[in-house]
Design a protein around this ligand. Structure first.
Ligand code: ATP
Ligand code: MG
Length: 379
């Protein structure tokens, strides 16, 4: 009991010591549909309202861009440049613990993307990840349920990376070696040759990085799954049992054994068919895959719970409160879930919040209930 109290006290102190962070101002030049626009933000809640297609999601995406040096919605970087323009620029002014921080992301056609913090150009964008922690909840999250395993691995990697940059660097190194190993397998096939020793060099490197990845993912999910289940319960107000299962080939076998087992297959396929790059998550409801057997409402709740759990996890690990972007979520939720969400914002120490919605009145009604200062931008 004493230990529990101490731990509880400790976590309160930690929370108290959490550094305040907020985006004060953003300027968009030629970013998607914006020619040139500046927004001055409220420290707590900011809402973008307006008709379909006015650019509400685009502003949220620009905020996302400043944290991740890429778009959440369009992975083809040049397609984020305003049609028939030559470049885009996003500039954000942050206040972090009373200190000002300036982040600029820009891209000119034919050139490399540039990301700067306080005037200094990043050599590796990955060094920036986690500096401005952020979680987005958007209708596009549906892809997590419907798409292939790649997007779910990216989800896991995104959550861990924001509080563990070393992990991100390990994933990057693993992927680089993977590309090299795959090229070698292609080379073997093309030249009708084979050199086991040569392949082994890559196997060993992949084993080194891959074991770290496997251990981190396992440890992360052990912690994450209970948080997620709690969130689901709070949002859905229902009795169904949801689960999240880590599917990996590494559970009962080590990396080198795995490669050995698959080497013939890899040679035929000309790529590496086993490893942590094949990991996946299965989303279940009452023991069945939610993709096939979940109702639309259950799927929505599942995704929001997943994202709020991501918020909780990063919030716990990081010394700043993540920015939360809520894209179009009132539209997709019934009143009960909206109320639950407002309560969450009320009861817990959220940081800065950005909301997009087509209905000004509905948004205003909801944010008023939070009794927090807010600002509404009519686009
Ligand atoms: N590269 C680009 N250049 C110019 N316009 C673009 C570009 N990319 C997207 N757009 C425009 O941005 C608009 C969509 O903006 P956005 O998705 O932010 O709308 P929204 O306000 O969120 O709408 P909804 O309420 O439907 O979600 C579209 O009109 C689209 O044509
Ligand atoms: Mg939108």
């Amino acid at each position: 009991m004493q230990l529990y109290l101490n731990l509880h006290l400790f976590s309160i102190i930690l929370d108290f010591q959490k550094i305040a962070m907020h985006l004060q101002k953003i300027t968009l030049v030629n970013f998607k549909n914006f020619e040139s626009q500046t927004f001055d933000f409220q420290e707590k809640i900011n809402c973008f309202v307006g008709n379909n297609g006015v650019g509400k999601t685009n502003v949220l995406d620009a905020i996302y861009y400043l944290s991740f040096a890429k778009s959440y919605f369009n992975s083809v970087a040049t397609q984020n440049i305003r049609h028939s323009e030559d470049f885009f620029m996003i500039e954000g002014d942050y206040k972090i613990k009373e200190k000002s921080d300036n982040v600029v992301c820009s891209l000119k056609r034919g050139n490399k993307k540039v990301v700067k913090r306080n005037g200094k150009v990043y050599e590796k964008f990955s060094d920036h990840i986690g500096y401005l922690p952020l979680v987005i909840i958007s209708p596009a999250d549906r892809d997590l349920i419907t798409d292939g395993s790649d997007i779910r691995r990216k989800f896991i990697d995104n959550v861990i990376s924001q509080s563990d940059n070393k992990y991100l660097q390990t994933v990057i190194k693993y992927n680089k070696v993977l590309v090299q190993r795959n090229s070698l397998l292609k080379y073997f096939a093309l030249n009708r040759t084979y050199d086991a020793l040569n392949l082994k060099v890559y196997d060993e490197q992949l084993a080194t990085y891959g074991s770290v990845i496997y251990k981190k993912r396992s440890a992360f999910l052990d912690e994450f799954i209970p948080i997620f289940k709690n969130r689901y319960k709070a949002i859905s107000n229902s009795s169904e049992h949801v689960d999240l299962v880590y599917k990996t080939q590494l559970k009962d076998i080590n990396f080198l054994e795995l490669f050995e087992q698959n080497v013939e297959r890899d040679r035929i396929l000309q790529y590496t068919s086993a490893g942590t790059h094949k990991d996946d998550l299965t989303f279940e409801i009452d023991g069945y895959p939610i993709k096939k057997f979940g109702s639309q409402g259950q799927q929505k709740s599942y995704l929001i719970a997943l994202k709020l759990a991501q918020f909780d996890f990063i919030n716990k690990q990081s010394n700043v409160k993540p920015i939360l972007l809520l894209d179009d979520i009132f539209d997709k939720l019934d009143d009960l879930r909206v109320t639950q969400l407002v309560n969450l914002v009320n009861n817990e120490e959220f940081g800065q919040l950005f909301i997009s919605d087509t209905h000004k009145d509905r948004t205003e009604e909801v944010v008023k209930k939070t009794k927090q200062p807010y600002k509404i931008f009519q686009l």
